[in-house]
Write a protein that binds this ligand. Structure first.
Ligand SMILES: Nc1nc2c(ncn2[C@@H]2O[C@H](COP(=O)(O)OP(=O)(O)OP(=O)(O)O)[C@@H](O)[C@H]2O)c(=O)[nH]1
Ligand SMILES: [Mg+2]
Length: 296
C-alpha cells in the first residue's frame, strides 16, 4: 500500500520554511527516535543544505524507543557532515536543558545580545517540536497533541537576550518513496488517519513487533508470537479484549486501533521500528534487480 500525505497547509509551510532558513543560524531537526530514517524529510535536508545551516538532530521520544537501536542511530547520524545528533526526551526538563548549549557549539560565532543565536525547530508532524519549544521556554507557548499537524503556522520567541527560537508546522514531503516508510510514519502517527487504513498499518506494525519484540507482545496480549502474522495479532488483541461487533464477529478495526495506540503510548515497552541495519537491508531489497548475465 502506497501512502502519500501532503495536506494543503504544507505547501505554504514549506515556502515559509525556505524564507525563514535565510535568517536563522541553526536547524534543530526533531526526529522520532523509533523511526528516524523513515521520518528524515528530504525537503528539510535540501532547504538547510542550500543555505548551509548546521543541524542538531534530536532523536526524541527515547523514553519509549529501543535503547540499542537509538545508540546505533546516534552513531549513524553523528558520522554525517554538519550534523550533531543527540538522543533525549523532550518531556524531561533535564534533557532539554542541554539543547541550547549544543546549538551554541554548532554556531559559536553567534549567541550574544548583538548577534543572537537564531534557532529553527523543524521536523515531520507529531515528533515533539512544540513539546521541545515549550520545554525550552518553560511555559505552554504552543499547543501540543498526539496527532499530526497540530501546529499550523510558524511561531517565534525569545529564549533569552541572546537566543531566539522558531517553532514550525510539521512538514511532510510530496512523495514517500518506500511503502514501509509510509507505514512506519502512519504507525507513529506522523501521517493523518485520512490517508491510511488503520488495519493495514496495524498489521504492518504487528509483523515488526512479532519479529523483533515477541516477548513484549506475549507479555501484553498473552498470546504466543510463534507462527503469527500481523493480522493474527490484531485478532488476538480483539479476542483478549473481547472486542466484538453486534453480529458477534471480532471487531478488528477497534483491535487495530488498540495495537496502534499501545505502540504510540509506549505501553508495550521500548520499541523502535527500524535500525541502521534494517534500513540498509530494506534499501538493498528495493534496488532494481540486476539481470544475471546470460551464460555462454
Ligand atoms: N513519550 C514521549 N512523548 C513525547 C515526547 N515529546 C513529545 N511527545 C508527545 O508527542 C506528541 C506530539 O507532540 P507535539 O509537540 O505536539 O509534536 P509536534 O512535532 O509539534 O507536532 P505537529 O505540530 O503536529 O507537527 C504529544 O502527544 C507529546 O506529548 C517524548 O519525549 N516522549
Ligand atoms: Mg507542533
Amino acid at each position: 500500500m502506497s501512502i502519500q500525505w501532503f495536506p494543503g497547509h504544507m505547501t505554504s509551510a514549506r515556502k515559509k520554511a525556505a524564507e525563514t532558513m535565510e535568517r536563522i543560524d541553526i536547524v534543530i531537526e526533531v526526529l522520532d527516535a523509533r523511526v528516524p530514517a523513515a521520518g528524515g524529510n528530504p525537503i528539510i535536508r535540501e532547504l538547510r543544505e542550500h543555505r548551509q545551516r548546521p543541524c542538531l538532530k534530536i532523536l526524541n521520544k527515547t523514553d519509549i524507543a529501543d535503547p540499542i537501536a537509538t545508540k546505533a542511530w546516534l552513531d549513524y547520524f553523528n558520522s554525517q557532515k554538519g550534523v550533531h545528533a543527540v538522543a533525549l526526551s523532550c518531556k524531561k526538563p533535564g534533557d532539554v536543558a542541554k539543547v541550547p548549549g549544543l546549538c551554541l557549539k554548532l554556531a559559536p560565532h553567534r549567541g550574544t545580545t548583538l548577534k543572537p543565536l537564531r534557532m529553527m525547530i523543524m521536523g515531520i508532524p507529531n515528533v515533539g517540536k512544540s513539546t521541545l519549544m515549550n520545554a525550552l521556554l518553560k511555559r505552554r507557548a504552543a499547543k501540543v497533541g498526539d496527532e499530526p499537524a497540530v501546529t499550523k503556522s510558524q511561531q517565534s520567541f525569545d529564549l533569552n537576550d541572546h537566543m531566539t527560537l522558531i517553532d514550525t508546522p510539521g512538514l511532510m514531503w510530496p512523495k514517500i518513496e518506500h511503502d514501509s516508510d509510509g507505514l512506519m510514519l502512519a504507525a507513529s502517527h506522523s501521517i493523518g488517519r485520512n490517508a491510511v487504513i488503520d488495519e493495514e498499518v496495524a498489521a504492518f506494525l504487528g509483523d515488526i513487533l512479532l519479529k523483533h519484540y515477541p516477548a513484549l507482545v506475549t507479555q501484553r496480549y498473552g498470546c504466543k508470537a510463534e507462527g503469527m502474522d500481523g493480522f493474527h495479532l490484531i485478532e488476538a488483541v480483539a479476542k483478549k479484549r473481547g472486542y466484538r461487533m453486534k453480529g458477534g464477529e471480532f471487531d478488528l478495526e477497534k483491535a487495530a486501533l488498540t495495537l496502534l495506540q499501545d505502540y504510540r503510548d509506549g505501553v508495550l515497552g521500548r520499541i523502535s521500528l527500524e535500525t541502521p541495519a534494517s534500513r540498509e537491508e530494506m534499501l538493498k531489497a528495493a534496488e532494481p534487480q540486476q539481470e544475471e548475465p546470460n551464460e555462454l
